[in-house]
Design a protein around this ligand. Structure first.
Ligand SMILES: C[S@@+](CC[C@H](N)C(=O)[O-])C[C@H]1O[C@@H](n2cnc3c(N)ncnc32)[C@H](O)[C@@H]1O
Length: 200
């Protein structure tokens, strides 16, 4: 299948390109970024878009099928500047390694039963939908370069003010870069950077 000029294969175990993926792609401004990190790569669509604009893209997922499919998709599109690795959010990255651009489209559905299949990991956001967002935000400051920018997708299913309050209290500034109203939720893309370029 052709999506945004990319040849994209799909796999029943992997999150397919969807409205939230496209909303993030529309929102991202790569500016002068030299490197980027995508957490939760899915089919690879966002990382492939980044790889056309940025020298080096590091991309991880917790789902091995996603890493395999993203590798196939990058190869099918002759993209060779995406470096794939397995990670639980930032767990595989050494603190001190910094990224100019960080992108995360997290699993955000509020679900109170544990995931049963690997594809469920694409959706399960814990009881209130915010588990992955909170884990991500807690460590974000360690990995974002001083002038770097982060793009985070969030749904209204998890209160937006939980995230914005955290950002305001932890030396970040943000801007709601895109909004998309769907039947049962509204999607937001937050553009996040350090407040006054001052890391701590
Ligand atoms: C909503 S999908 C987004 C996929 C892709 N970025 C896109 O926008 O089309 C969330 C992705 O995060 C991955 N994921 C879930 N939990 C994760 C974790 N703890 N660490 C890293 N990736 C995770 C899932 O496997 C899935 O590929």
């Amino acid at each position: 299948m052709e999506i945004l000029d990319f040849k994209i294969a799909q796999d029943e175990n992997v999150y397919p390109p969807s409205e939230d993926s496209y909303l993030l792609i529309e929102a991202i401004n790569p500016n002068n970024s030299i490197n980027a990190l995508e957490i939760g790569i899915g089919s690879g669509i966002i990382s492939m878009h980044l790889a056309k604009k940025i020298d080096t893209v590091f991309s991880c997922d917790i789902n091995p099928y996603s890493l395999f499919l993203s590798r196939q998709n990058a190869l099918a599109n002759s993209i060779s500047n995406i470096y794939l690795f397995s990670s639980n959010i930032f767990s595989s990255i050494k603190p001190g390694i910094l990224f100019d651009l960080i992108v995360f489209n997290p699993p955000y559905l509020p679900v109170d039963s544990p995931p049963r299949k690997l594809i469920d990991l694409s959706y399960h956001g814990g009881i209130d939908g915010g588990d992955h967002i909170r884990t991500f935000l807690k460590s974000l400051g360690l990995f974002l370069s001083i002038n770097g920018t982060t793009y985070l997708l969030q749904s209204s299913l998890y209160p937006l003010e939980n995230t914005t309050n955290y950002l305001e209290n932890n030396n970040f500034k943000y801007n709601i870069k895109r909004t998309l109203k769907l039947d049962f939720e509204t999607l937001y893309v937050l553009e996040i950077s350090f407040f006054k370029n001052n890391k701590f």
